[in-house]
Design a protein around this ligand. Structure first.
Ligand code: SF4
Length: 362
């Protein structure tokens, strides 16, 4: 608690904001992109954007794992459930839209889909009822992939397999750099993911793309410091990789977790909802673990799905091209209670975060 208060010290925040104003460009707009739902929550919840000079813009990239899961993979989970397999998943995942329906819709139609609080719960369920097949729908970035890897290495019960939909953050950042019309000037890199992968995967951004990159924690002061550090690099005409989140992120990251991931997964090209196919961005189980691969075991593999329902602008929100409020469906046809697009489903989705703050202000 004391640690938390230290990072919400109003006097320190005031001084950092003053520094940001003093070094921000007077005319040209600087665009800083983060790629993490928790960063978006901090920035929106604490009104960080309102504290910045008009020449400093902070946009949200594809940092919500539920939002970026393509409809085809949700369709695979639904198909498995419709085959009589028990599909288990984390809470937000059940509401994310597939091509025609969500897992929640499929459950309403009689499919056995269960929300679990941990992967261990899915293992327990499978052990308890060995006459049925179970699948765990494994969604998430580098932060959650190691826990899937551990469970695979523990040799789960024969009636449990994994629909692996893990994705990697650095390839998504490379996509954003390549979008010329986005014109990003700096990255705030995600603290959680960085605790696992360390600093090395981000070196490409300052080196190859001359992009100031700062790894940041999730308290308001972490984010303000990161913005200041990026502006300081820009003012000095430099591009380097800095770690603001030194209390949690080490240069090498969590080597044990990295080893587990390398042991169990191959890195392959993969679809991201509304963003297309990103090179080396997705994890799939290695051949030697194919008996735990739900796609192989139950013969379900979809390559195409409808990622965007009519009118949905999630693909533009996810790259920070538009704000949620610029989507014509925001808080009209699309609300947290009745989400149309994936970005309104998860607590880490940009539209859902903006909707919550919107509601609190009314
Ligand atoms: Fe997608 Fe709904 Fe956000 Fe529009 S408001 S971009 S439909 S999630």
């Amino acid at each position: 608690m004391v640690e938390q208060l230290k990072f919400r010290d109003p006097e320190l925040a005031r001084r950092v904001i003053e520094q940001i104003h003093s070094i921000a460009p007077k005319k040209d707009v600087v665009k800083i992109c983060h790629v993490c739902g928790t960063h978006e929550w901090t920035i929106t919840h604490y009104g960080v954007r309102n504290l910045l000079p008009s020449t400093v813009e902070v946009i949200a990239g594809p940092g919500c794992p539920v939002c970026v899961t393509p409809a085809a993979e949700v369709d695979e989970a639904i198909k498995l459930a419709e085959k009589g397999i028990v599909v288990t998943c984390f809470g937000d995942v059940i509401r994310v839209p597939g091509s025609e329906k969500s897992l929640l819709d499929a459950r309403a139609n009689g499919a056995d889909i269960r929300v679990v609080y941990s992967l261990a719960d899915a293992v327990k369920m499978a052990l308890k009822n060995q006459s049925r097949n179970f699948v765990f729908f494994a969604i998430g970035f580098e932060t959650t992939a190691p826990s899937t890897a551990i469970e695979v290495l523990r040799k789960p019960p024969n009636n449990l397999s994994f629909l692996v939909s893990h994705r990697l953050i650095p390839p998504a950042m490379e996509l954003l750099v390549g979008l010329g019309d986005l014109q990003i000037d700096g990255f705030i890199a995600p603290g959680h993911v960085s605790t696992i992968i360390g600093l090395k995967p981000y070196e490409i951004f300052p080196k190859a793309y001359r992009m100031p990159t700062v790894i940041a924690g999730f308290e308001p002061l972490d984010v303000l410091f990161a913005i200041y550090m990026i502006l300081r690099q820009i003012k000095a005409g430099k591009a380097c990789l800095e770690n603001e989140y030194v209390r949690a992120v080490t240069p090498e990251g969590n080597v044990k977790a990295q080893e587990l991931m390398h042991k169990v997964f191959n890195i392959v090209d993969g679809e991201w909802r509304g963003l297309g196919r990103l090179p080396s961005s997705t994890l799939r189980l290695k051949e030697e673990y194919s008996r735990y691969d739900a796609r192989e075991k139950h013969g379900v593999k979809f390559t195409y799905g409808r990622d965007l329902p009519p009118g949905c602008q999630c693909h533009l929100v996810m790259i920070g091209k538009i704000k949620p409020t610029e989507c014509p469906l925001f808080m009209k046809a699309c609300t947290p209670q009745k989400p149309v697009g994936a970005c309104m489903v998860s607590v880490e989705g940009t539209c859902r975060i903006w909707a919550k703050v919107n509601a609190a202000l009314q």
